[in-house]
Design a binder for this molecule. Structure first.
Ligand code: APR
Length: 234
């Protein structure tokens, strides 16, 4: 069991593996390709310029899958941990689904964006909720400014969101736990190295991540099987 004292500040980094058992495929490994396109080919500014309709087809498909998914025991355990820690949990997810929120987590930092939001690709109009997952029309919808409406997602080659807040939370944390992430996509893959040596560093997942050497503890197994016991949340 993970002993967390009343002075500990816990940083949790969640990855695709946390939502895998809810039916949302991970990126790497089996199911990591979409219609023979590597993910990088449909999730990048270059792809958007080349074929925005293909990009929207990909994200509409992901919206369909995510809207049918339900949170699993790992999401619920992390929501309960937030309640128990009373403000001392920082939950940072690379996932763009809303399963942490559906499980009851109130403060989730989506560093790679949110699947059910869209924004203009040109002006600074704030992102807005968008649950549409129909096949995209031939003409990509436009903003009042003339720009095209794109998914509110951090694509390959773009800067992740909320990095200032994330680094402040990393500086303060005493426990760092990564769950269900392969440890290959930067900058998230290097978070553990930022805190190693001064925080307890824990990995949870069925396979060893690429950045395993920076962790002091590794709990091998599926998140939904390991987390409830590790966090003592039945
Ligand atoms: N419980 C925990 N971990 C699991 C489970 C499970 N049930 N099933 C699979 N995993 C693990 C795999 O072993 C793998 O290490 O989840 C990890 C998923 O790795 P990736 O698919 O690389 O996902 P992630 O690390 O979150 O990807 C980071 O890459 O494509 C981008 O923006 C996308 O946010 C994503 C980023």
């Amino acid at each position: 069991m993970l002993a967390v004292s009343h002075t500990d500040r816990v940083f949790v980094l969640s990855g695709a593996g946390v939502s895998a058992e809810s039916g949302i495929p991970t990126f790497r490994g089996v199911g990591g390709l979409w219609r023979n396109h590597p993910i990088e080919e449909v999730a990048s500014p270059v792809a958007w310029e080349r074929d925005p309709r293909l990009v929207w087809e990909f994200y509409s498909m992901r919206r369909r899958v995510a809207s049918a998914a339900e949170p699993n025991r790992a999401h619920f355990a992390l929501a309960k941990l937030e309640q128990n820690l009373e403000g001392r949990l920082f939950l940072c997810t690379q996932n763009v689904d809303n399963l942490h929120e559906q499980a009851g987590s109130k403060r989730v930092v989506h560093m790679h964006g949110e699947l059910f939001k869209s924004r203009c690709d040109t002006c600074s109009r704030p992102p807005f909720e968008d649950f549409n997952f129909c096949e995209p029309p031939a003409e990509i919808p436009r903003c009042d400014c003339g720009g095209r409406i794109r998914p509110h997602i951090c694509w390959f080659g773009e800067a992740p969101f909320e990095m200032d807040r994330i680094f402040r939370a990393l500086e303060k944390c005493t426990v760092f736990m990564a769950v269900g992430t392969s440890g290959v996509v930067e900058p998230a893959a290097s978070f553990v190295a930022c805190v190693a040596g001064r925080a307890r560093t824990i990995y949870v997942g069925p396979e060893k991540p690429a950045n395993l050497s920076s962790f002091t503890q590794c709990h091998m197994g599926k998140a939904e099987e390991v987390l409830p016991g590790l966090l003592d949340i039945p």
